[in-house]
Ligand binder design. Structure first.
Ligand code: ATP
Length: 381
């Protein structure tokens, strides 16, 4: 694992007494692709601006390579930024846009050195042959590549990217995600990326930092954040999640809807109330008699690779992703393997997420409680 490059220690930011970043600690490793992820207003851009030197934190310290840099202005930090609005110089061609920063360097670079470095960047961002093009005649994706090349050509140790793909259409965004990862690896430097798009964060990052309300809720590898969310907010923000109330009976056993399920979680107190996450793809549909729980299908949507079905378990609606067709109104059983259950401590987010009732509002008349009354099914009683 590479060594630490940037450290934020106890950073708080307040505007007119309004705290928008609350005492955050963050360590960023050299050469990693780290993403700040969270909903609008959670403090991602403020964090990025503190690292870039555009904003000085109200309190707390910023270290770069072990040196405190709170008072160092942006142009003296070994950091460059790509914004969503990439503001290219429209009167200059591609070559001159990329060369611009190099021409300001002191001591002056030779013409040959500038040319060599611009062509090296054109190669890295796959724009070789575009050097004499007018930037206004480029597509959005090509303009974004010029902006990235322009930010990278001075060879910063860190590139900050604030929602750089926000203006691109979905297809182009996906292509550029792969490109950005490739460029980061080719340059062998640190990328710090801001987005509210969880798919983007999972696809590109070595580390994901999930933020809400000016706080860091979880830091981890994409797999860890997805498989082991620390609270209901993270579980809901990253992918789809059914989140239900449970009680931890003992290590490896949790009770949901009055039934006991085997799980892999340990270390909770006996009878501790918990939140239980069950991902839609981890639920198997089985014949009614084999079901650990039984419920009523209230909605089904064909998604191509699978169906999204909404199932009512005693008035709580779950999303299940399955390749099996189950008709609306039908009763089904479900089975969940121990590794498909993830137990989390209760938090201030408990009860706020993970019920798919709104998904199937038009089918509300089919309630599981009513179905049970009809069939006399007492499985979950
Ligand atoms: P978005 O995805 O919408 O850009 P964000 O997570 O990047 O959101 P920030 O831009 O960091 O959020 O803003 C966090 C909060 O701080 C917001 O409530 C914002 O209105 C507030 N804020 C940011 N900059 C200023 C400022 N210069 N003056 C006053 N309030 C500010």
């Amino acid at each position: 694992m590479s060594k630490e490059l940037i450290r934020l220690r106890g950073c708080t930011m307040a505007f007119d007494g309004d705290v928008v970043l609350n005492n955050i600690d963050l360590n960023i490793r050299d050469k990693e692709f780290l993403t700040l992820l969270g909903p609008s207003g959670c403090g991602k851009t403020t964090t990025l601006r503190i690292i870039g030197g555009f904003t000085v934190p109200t309190s707390g310290d910023v270290f770069f390579d072990g040196v405190r840099i709170n008072d160092l202005p942006p142009h003296k930090r070994n950091v460059n930024t790509v914004f969503q609005k990439y503001a290219l110089f429209t009167h200059l061609d591609v070559f001159e846009n990329i060369a611009f920063g190099l021409r300001q360097m002191r001591p002056k670079l030779t013409k040959d050195e500038i040319s060599r470095r611009v062509f090296e960047m054109l190669e890295i961002v796959s724009l070789r042959g575009f050097e004499n093009r007018d930037v206004s005649r480029l597509s959005g994706g090509q303009q974004q590549r010029v902006a990235i090349a322009r930010a990278l050509v001075p060879r910063p140790r860190v590139l900050l990217l604030d929602e750089p793909l926000g203006a691109l259409d979905l297809r182009l965004r996906k292509d550029m995600q792969n490109e950005l990862k490739r460029i980061q690896q080719a340059m062998d430097i640190t990328f710090i990326y801001v987005t509210h798009d969880q798919e983007e964060a999972l696809a590109m990052s070595d580390s994901v930092v999930v933020m809400d309300g000016g706080e860091i809720l979880q830091i981890g590898r994409p797999e860890d954040i997805y498989n082991e969310p620390e609270n209901a907010f993270v579980a809901d923000f990253i992918g789809e999640s059914n989140i239900v109330d449970g009680v931890m009976i003992s290590d490896g056993t949790v009770e949901i809807f009055g039934r006991r399920f085997e799980c892999l979680d340990r270390g909770f107190s006996p009878s501790e109330p918990v939140d239980v996450v069950i991902r839609p793809e981890d639920v198997d549909i089985v014949p009614l008699r084999d079901g650990m729980l039984t419920g009523t299908v209230t909605n089904i949507i064909f998604k191509g690779v699978h169906y999204d079905i909404i199932v009512d378990f005693k008035g709580f609606k779950w999303l299940i992703q399955t390749t099996d067709m189950s008709p609306v109104g039908g009763r089904i059983g479900i089975k969940i393997d121990p590794d498909g259950i993830h137990v989390m401590p209760k938090s201030r987010y408990s009860g706020m997420f993970g019920d798919y009732s709104s998904y199937s509002a038009e089918y509300d008349e089919i309630s599981d409680v009513a179905a049970e009354a009809e069939t006399g099914d007492a499985r979950e009683e």
